[in-house]
Design a protein around this ligand. Structure first.
Ligand SMILES: O=C(O)[C@H]1O[C@H](OP(=O)(O)OP(=O)(O)OC[C@H]2O[C@@H](n3ccc(=O)[nH]c3=O)[C@H](O)[C@@H]2O)[C@H](O)[C@@H](O)[C@@H]1O
Length: 367
């Protein structure tokens, strides 16, 4: 790295100390400054994400005259068009925005103050498609991001998942619950990958004194979600709009808790800016069976939409509902958008993209 232009804070100090081990690492000068001062100095946020609605919304809300946001994506040809879309549509010409194409499985060196590490496919269809790549992204990718955070003294936020609870034997799920996960199943690349990512994050926190934050995200939906994402809300909405039957897997009695994307992003930002490591459940405690969700979609889009039952996938969790007491008390966060209010915003956006209506929406759902 001697000739690279990409230098990092603390590099010289570390070299002078001969410091390589966690206990000797002291690269955190800027993080120790009061937050308002860091903003004045022009704090840099780095958002690593496979492109999706959370990225679009997060970047949209993070961008302000005093912040520079660099986004990057786990490289996937299929998603590059979406990267371009996000940047062109909302941030073209914004000097505070820079996009870098990069796969987090490869190391990278950048000068940043905060890292939002969202990079990983989150839809079961997508994460099961190439499971080895998924677990690599979660393990090697997270190691690379933690290594970067350590070198430059950045605060690191891991977006983990409610899937760390597996098929839970405790309901609702509290952060202290250790979960019921199949280590060799088809979902393990994601479940166990994220569990390992949490372990790595805590080991860097304890061993290298890194400032870390962990969010466990529950099923999230909203505008700008990929139409072919494969998760249940986007499937039902696209199917109802196209007059196709709603595909309910299994008996449809399994439950999920659906969170609107702007609630999630607000939670992530509060977590990043707050003083608590977590893990924190970020989800909407409203719990629905898939048949109840289908009814909400019918009520919102088409009361005549048919339901078609399909075989369920292996290891599908029977129920999920976050206990968000900890996030309420320590972050002052709770979701504001109920499913019946959030769904119409998503429907409007899907209608635009499927049928080509001209009305454009911002990633936060406003027009
Ligand atoms: O809830 C979560 O915390 C997690 O949500 C998803 O996992 P999952 O809820 O299983 O994802 P979906 O594909 O939306 O499935 C939800 C339920 O709907 C069912 N489903 C899915 C698709 C469909 O067309 N029809 C249908 O009935 C599934 O069998 C499952 O029971 C994501 O994998 C995770 O990123 C996220 O953390």
């Amino acid at each position: 790295m001697a000739s690279s232009e990409l230098t990092y804070r603390g590099q010289q100090a570390a070299a002078a100390d001969g410091a390589h081990g966690p206990a000797e690492s002291k690269p955190r000068t800027r993080q120790q400054l009061p937050q308002p001062l860091r903003y004045v100095l022009g704090e840099q946020r780095l958002v690593f994400s496979l492109v999706g609605m959370a990225l679009a919304t997060l970047v949209f809300l993070l961008l302000s005259p005093s912040t520079t946001t660099t986004t990057s994506s786990s490289s996937s040809v299929a998603h590059l068009a979406a990267v371009g879309l996000v940047s062109r549509q909302y941030h073209a010409g914004n000097p505070n925005f820079e996009m870098i194409r990069h796969d987090v499985v490869e190391p990278i060196l950048l000068e940043v103050d905060q890292i939002y590490h969202l990079a990983c496919p989150a839809s079961p269809v997508h994460y099961k498609f190439n499971p080895v790549k998924t677990i690599k992204t979660n393990v090697v990718g997270t190691l690379n991001m933690l290594g970067l955070a350590k070198r430059v003294g950045a605060r690191f936020l891991l977006t983990s998942t409610s899937e760390v609870y597996g098929d839970p034997l405790q309901h609702p799920q509290v952060e202290t619950y250790w979960g019921n996960v199949n280590p060799i199943g088809v979902r393990s690349c994601y479940d166990e990958g994220k569990r390992t990512a949490e372990t790595l994050t805590m080991d860097y926190h304890r061993g290298a004194n890194l400032e870390v934050r962990i969010a466990r995200i529950f099923n999230t939906y909203g505008p700008r979600m990929c139409i072919d994402d494969g998760r249940v809300v986007s499937n039902f909405v696209a199917q109802a709009l196209r007059k196709e039957p709603l595909t309910v897997y299994g008996d449809g009695k399994q439950t999920r808790s659906f969170q609107y994307v702007s609630d999630l992003v607000e939670g992530l930002m509060k977590l990043m800016e707050g003083e608590h490591v977590g893990p924190f459940n970020l989800g909407n405690p409203g719990e629905f069976t898939m048949l109840e969700l289908a009814k909400v979609v019918q009520d919102t889009i088409d009361p005549n939409a048919r339901i078609e039952f399909r075989a369920n996938t292996a290891d599908d969790p029977h129920k999920r509902k976050p206990d968000i007491t900890k996030a309420k008390e320590l972050l002052g966060w709770e979701p504001k958008v109920a499913l019946r209010n959030g769904l119409p915003l998503m429907v409007q956006d899907f209608r635009t993209r499927i049928f080509g209506d001209q009305k454009q929406q911002q990633p936060d759902g406003s027009e």
